[in-house]
Design a protein around this ligand. Structure first.
Ligand code: PEP
Length: 251
């Protein structure tokens, strides 16, 4: 399976800066054997698309979507609207949304299912909080989050989901988990996927997120069971992010 690195810009970069980021990133040398995507704010998706021209790297990703394709849902964005932009991926259940906006496992599951039907691979974010980890509940928590999120998904090879394991305590703190911790948790999550999808689970990438940077990406991506990374802070500078992609897959 090709490794996948997704930049999560979070609430950074309106259309002007987003376009400049893409143009700068496109000037950098990138490893051939790597999938790269950029999760941009909704209003910047068009600028990213325009700056890409005919290039397909980085692929376009959204940071969220609603669980219906049309209707009286003021302010929401439908998965079919994102597929008109040729979004390949869309994050769902990022911990910042679970914590700040009260997103539940049920909402995440509904979003993931409608996205997949619209042809967009949902990137399902799961992860335990510091408190849950201190209580030793992390395995149970992330297994429950993923089991709920994949309930309505199909394993027919279309819009294959991605799982992002992101321990909440490691996001934006400069304190990543150890590659061994991620490896153990990815094994745990792989078990959930196998139960749901059988052999098709082998095509689902499980990426790690949480303070990934230029110095630690190599170690994460050479660890068995880690199929890529979701990168927040270290993706904001296009040159730094390109260097990170190169460090992920050394020539
Ligand atoms: C994220 O936003 O998903 C993330 C992992 O952020 P950071 O890389 O900044 O920890």
């Amino acid at each position: 399976m090709k490794k996948l690195i997704i930049a999560n810009w979070k609430m950074h970069y309106g259309p002007l800066k987003a376009g400049a980021w893409v143009r700068a990133f496109r000037r950098e040398r990138l490893p051939k054997d790597l999938d790269v995507a950029v999760a941009a704010p909704f209003v910047s998706l068009a600028a990213v698309r325009a700056s890409l021209g005919r290039a397909s790297i980085p692929a376009l990703a959204a940071q969220d979507a609603f669980w219906a394709n049309e209707g009286a849902f003021t302010g929401e964005i439908a998965p079919v609207m994102l597929s008109e932009f040729s979004c390949a991926y869309c994050l769902v259940g990022h911990s910042e949304r679970r914590i700040n906006l009260g997103e539940t496992d049920e909402m995440v599951a509904k979003k993931a299912a409608v996205l997949q039907k619209a042809g967009i691979s949902p990137v399902i974010c799961v992860g335990e909080t510091e408190t849950q980890r201190r209580k030793g509940e992390q395995d149970k928590i992330v297994r429950a989050q993923l089991t709920a999120a994949v309930a309505g998904l199909k394993g027919d090879g279309r819009a294959v989901p991605v799982v992002a394991y992101e321990p909440v305590w490691a996001i934006g703190t400069g304190r990543p988990c150890t590659p061994q911790h991620a490896k153990d948790m990815h094994g745990n999550l792989r078990g959930v996927l196998k139960k749901k999808f059988g052999a098709a689970a082998d095509h689902v990438r499980i990426v790690y997120g949480g303070s990934v940077d230029l110095r630690n990406i190599g170690e994460f991506l050479t660890t068995t069971g880690i199929d890529g990374a979701l990168v927040g802070g270290a993706s904001l500078d296009p040159r730094n992010f390109a260097l990170l992609c190169r460090a992920a897959i050394p020539a």
